[in-house]
Design a protein around this ligand. Structure first.
Ligand code: NAP
Ligand code: MG
Length: 534
């Protein structure tokens, strides 16, 4: 808990501010054991100050880890049902309090309300799923023993202990809490470092967890910069879940490697969308807009490359540009507008620099291509480029902004080859009326998720199946079974009855080897015995 009270610095009168009581309440969730400096959190929508959070130190990380480990001892003994009770209550609270949550997400990230709602939905979907599914994935399982009948084997999953989470700002609710949920269900304590520019939403979610009945200290939070707190967190934790840029991900993996600590990394993307000639163009245009401009393109699975079949390219471009021009940009905290703000000066600079570089090298701007300070200080127009060549930054590097490059293709094989021509492999999308053909293409695409006739929501929301990145887009998976077993160590406990497999009575070594030889030959021809589910 913070030892000091929050200085009041929020803007005096604006709809873009948070209630003092809410601020004060959530900031109490930060572990700061001494007097700390405070760092302002501003809203990208107006650049006004929302509040302040402590600048935590390595000492705070150590205190948070110590508290978490102590709390974890008891939590690990609780049944899945007891843990699920908390997670299901959290689910209900997120939905009940969603008005506050949506305001917070919008204010901290800069996105429009409907895009913020994706995060509320995601948090509830994940809580609902792991609340029910954790036990199925983790309960002890009997395995086939070495000697049928005589060797009884149980595979057990035990919690890692303390899991460290380092989260980004782009989905400040989703990315802070949804990976924590399976870790808690698996019996771990969690230590969270939210992004410096979006800690308040994460703190709100953690506060809701406690309101839902989570025992004290099972989630501890430190606020402050990743470069200061990253190493102490990796030192303390038994596993690290990191979501952010590929560059930081590599550094984290190297640190974890030194310590033989496991890690899951959800990193960047340069995601392609393919529009076949037989696609329903109305739906494809809407899907490409959703995929490219949701959260102003600051979404790890958003599209930055669109490949459109030459036969429909002209028509597609005409409709796409017309619809993009209709997108309403706004700072409103209500439903309706189509796209919000970039998150920071850095993000705005990067989007503008990518477009400028492309234009300098000969790209054509079909729409957008400029900042929109008339809407808000960090707004950038949704942008569609064409005539993009491989020497442009926008061709290969992640922009992480509302910039889509449009290319043509001749046949499916070419489309797949172009889609795969990247160092990343996070998400892809194919639009076609021939779903079987789409499935066949999807099998050839090197990405962790492929959506057919949808931008990203189908694969992301199908939470019983894993999601994550190929190549430079990450290590490990979230969602499904893989999304929870990574928070456990596996134990194989084998109890031998009557006969030892290596010490058969009355037989010398040579005879024992012969018996073994016969048994091995028999087993080889009997998959039933080898694979039998006990
Ligand atoms: P980032 O700079 O890598 O930051 C992510 C988190 O890491 C922040 O909490 C940051 O703290 C922290 N951090 C920075 N340097 C660190 C270090 N040396 N050690 C430990 N932690 C450190 O990424 P970002 O710019 O915030 O986020 C955008 C990127 O995230 C994009 O590339 C996007 O594709 C990716 N992303 C991927 C997914 C996915 O699921 N695959 C989801 C969302 C975003 P500070 O805030 O204090 O710097
Ligand atoms: Mg960054």
């Amino acid at each position: 808990m913070a030892a000091v009270s929050t200085p009041s610095t929020a803007a005096e009168s604006s709809e873009h501010r948070l209630p003092d009581a809410l601020l004060e309440r959530v900031v109490q969730r930060v572990t700061a054991v001494g007097d700390r400096e405070w760092r302002e959190v501003t809203t990208p929508l107006t650049e006004e100050v929302l509040g302040q959070v402590p600048v935590c130190t390595a000492e705070d990380v150590a205190a948070a880890a110590h508290r978490g480990r102590r709390a974890q001892q008891d939590w690990a003994q609780r049944s899945f049902r007891e843990r699920a009770r908390v997670i299901h209550r959290f689910h209900d609270l997120v939905l009940r309090e969603r008005g506050k949550g949506l305001d917070l997400i919008q204010l901290e990230s800069g996105k429009v309300r409907f895009h913020a709602f994706e995060e509320i939905a995601d948090a509830s979907i994940v809580a609902n799923y792991y609340g029910y599914a954790a036990e199925t994935h983790l309960r002890p399982r009997r395995r086939v023993g070495m000697l049928p009948v005589l060797t009884r084997v149980e595979e057990q999953r035990v919690p890692k202990g303390l899991v460290g989470f380092i989260a980004p700002w782009n989905y400040p609710l989703s990315m802070a809490i949804t990976d924590i949920i399976p870790a808690l269900m698996a019996g771990n304590a969690c230590l969270l470092k939210p992004a410096s520019t979006a800690p308040l939403t994460a703190l709100w979610a953690v506060d809701l967890m406690y309101e839902a009945g989570l025992p004290e200290d099972l989630i501890t939070v430190v606020t402050g910069s990743g470069s200061q707190l990253g190493e102490p967190i990796i030192d303390e934790a038994d596993f690290i879940t990191f979501t952010g840029s590929t560059e930081t991900g590599r550094w984290i993996a190297a640190q974890c490697g030194q310590r033989l600590t496991g890690c899951a990394l959800e990193l960047g993307g340069k995601n392609p969308v393919i529009v076949r000639a037989d696609a329903n163009l109305d739906k494809a245009v809407a899907g490409v807009i959703r995929g490219a401009f949701s959260s102003a393109g600051q979404l790890c699975i958003s599209f930055e490359r669109a490949y459109v079949h030459e036969d429909v390219r002209e028509e597609f471009v005409r409709r796409l540009v017309a619809e993009v021009d209709q997108l309403e940009l706004s700072t409103d905290l209500s439903y309706g507008p189509g796209m919000g703000s970039l998150h920071s000066r850095d993000q705005l600079r990067k989007a503008a620099a990518h477009v400028e570089d492309a234009v300098d090298k000969g790209a054509t701007v079909l729409t957008g291509g400029r900042a929109r300070p008339d809407v808000g200080p960090l707004f950038y127009a949704p942008t569609v480029l064409t005539d993009v060549t491989p020497d442009m930054h926008v061709a290969t590097q992640e922009t992480f902004g509302p910039v889509l490059s449009l290319y043509g293709f001749g046949d499916d094989e070419e489309a797949v080859a172009l889609a795969n021509d990247t160092e990343y492999g996070l998400n892809a999308s194919i639009w076609t009326r021939d779903v079987d053909r789409g499935m066949a293409m999807a099998r050839e695409i090197n990405a962790g998720t492929v959506n057919i006739n949808e931008a990203y929501a189908s694969a992301w929301g199908s939470i019983d199946a894993p999601m994550g990145g190929f190549k430079d887009s990450g290590l490990g998976r979230r969602h499904g079974r893989e999304g929870i077993i990574k928070y456990t160590e596996t134990k194989n406990i084998a109890a031998q009855r009557l006969l030892s497999p290596t010490d058969l009575p009355f037989l010398d070594q040579e005879q024992t080897a012969k018996v073994f030889d016969t048994v091995l030959r028999v087993l080889h021809r009997n998959p039933f015995v080898t694979l039998r589910r006990p």
